[in-house]
Ligand binder design. Sequence first.
Ligand code: G1P
Length: 274
Amino acid sequence: MITKCLFPAAGYGTRFLPATKAMPKEMLPILTKPLIQYGVEEAYDAGCCIMATITGRGKRAITDHFDKSYELEHQIQDTSKENLLKEIRDLIKNCTFTYTRQNEMKGLGDAIYKGKSLVGDQEPFAVILADDLCVNPDGDGVLTQMVKLYNKYKCSIVAIMEVPKDQVHKYGVIAGKEIEDGIFMINDMVEKPDNDKAPTNLAIIGRYILTPEIFEIIKQTKPGKNGEIQITDALLTQAKNGMVLGYKFKGKRFDCGSVEGYVEATNYFYNMHK
Ligand code: G1P
């Protein structure tokens, strides 16, 4: 059973300055809901009830968001606006939110390692990068799809998608043997390769299921791209010692870490909403 989901959320969000000067990028709204809430809802739909966030300085708004606001509750009680809080109230009621801080920016691998104290090292867990906003209007959410796959293969899984060849340098890229339609047994992984050096155009997007052995592997992983501890490098070690799958998910992903992707997501949700 996968019941815990990690949300690395310590990054600065420099691409959204000045908006993110005093506000975490994970709290940027798509319509009326902050990005991180979309991620938490996806994790909840996939069966998770422990939402563990790796935060940093200046991220208190996330903690407050997933807590009761008594003044607000009192203010809107029995008004038509009460309805607007329904989803967040349900999450607060049904999930436990835990937090720890990554006090130095040492990479996604290091952020995930910090999550060990929250998710423990006994069970597999999920990881969602909230700025990759994923939707699947035709069925299961992306994390639900991955949990189903985990139940079959019981190994670490990364979500992947094909990207144009001139975009691969923005992503972790995998290569592997396609063992089922859209499911790859990974034999190579590179973090943000040069476009002409990438093994494929299969890019990792921000959804992972990790088995707890990953913590020991991260501990042994040397700094890689940009001098940071990369989860991509740790996963390559895990793939070489056992098995890691790349899963071409069904649905759509918006890169809400970029202004362009953020606007695209906003338009998409607005049109859905209408
Ligand atoms: C991270 C990962 C990268 C992955 C990407 C997906 O990079 O390191 O492997 O492809 O998320 O969004 P970041 O975008 O945080 O630099």
